[in-house]
Design a protein around this ligand. Sequence first.
Ligand SMILES: [Zn+2]
Length: 373
Amino acid sequence: MHEVSTQSVVAALATAIYELSKQEVPEGPAAYDDDVQRVYNHVVLRTLIADGYETPGSVPGMLDMMAGQPLCKLLPGDLGDDEDAVLLSDARRPTQECMERIVNTNRDVMGEKFENAIMKRVFQACQAAESPESYVAFRRLLISEPTLTKKEMTAWFTEIDLQPVAEILEACYTTAPASLCRDGRYAQCDGCGCLLRPAERDEWQCDLDRCRGSRTRVRRYLDADTPGGVHHLEFPLRVFVTGPGIFEVGLERKLRKRGLKVLMWPAYDAYDLLITFPDGTRWAIDVKDYAHPGILGARFPGFRSNPPADKKFLVVPDYRNKKRYRLRFGNARKNAGKSSMALTFEKELLQEVDKKHVPGPANGQIRKEGPDA
Ligand SMILES: [Zn+2]
């Protein structure tokens, strides 16, 4: 047991939290699967042999200790960059950082693997239909409409561009759970369009990192008895497609406002944005919105060479620019034996753009869509 690396314990904890979060009914005693029990036992042992740590008395007790707290409060030992990681939110939901952790394991659990599997199917379906427009329409729908009523689903899924992926879309949306409902209605987040979670004192809370820093506002309420029900995207798609996607289309809008041509997810997602300046210069942009810079650094595979671009940028939203994000990203790349790579925050990218190109009036291409207008 002492041989188990801290990293694998953190990954196992993240997986356990995610597995437990999928269970709607509160757990009875001893009804946990082996992996959850194993990681709990491990935490108990670690805390017993260390000074100054509380030992959880049960799995729910362990979750109580973790909610909204950094890992260093729970786990003894050198946690390195993981000491500040919060895997479970105050609302008892897996955080984005938790989801990123899961995909770092080799287990075939959901998380980004689910997202990758879905995206692969979409890619194949759109290629078979020779319709790159369908790929873009699919991405835009997941970003702008993470919550839909049955009637809205039917209307969207029969849109001509979405026809090749209609069947896959059915698998992306799931019936909203009763745990998100309060007084017979669901509430949709104004910041991201996802369903909010009932919180204390009649308040609502969003699961996405991007919304957590600001005051929660409700875009609309949906009655639980809406005919056909209320549906929302599977959690990994909300975390890995909707969240960063809102940032991607927000960036698209800012660049179009400057009079630049922007192509989204060119060549079936070779990267996220391809900007063309009036002089013909092309910049490729990949957007990543990872809570954990180390995981991003270790995982980012580099840019695809096609479509070709004169410059390539890995862009991260400004709100992530804290806790030595860039340094930790660079260190992780080095430790993983990956080529060094510059990381650019959005503000810096826009400064680079403005240095090269005097912002012009909108060129009429601004699309009114997405919740981040
Ligand atoms: Zn939100």
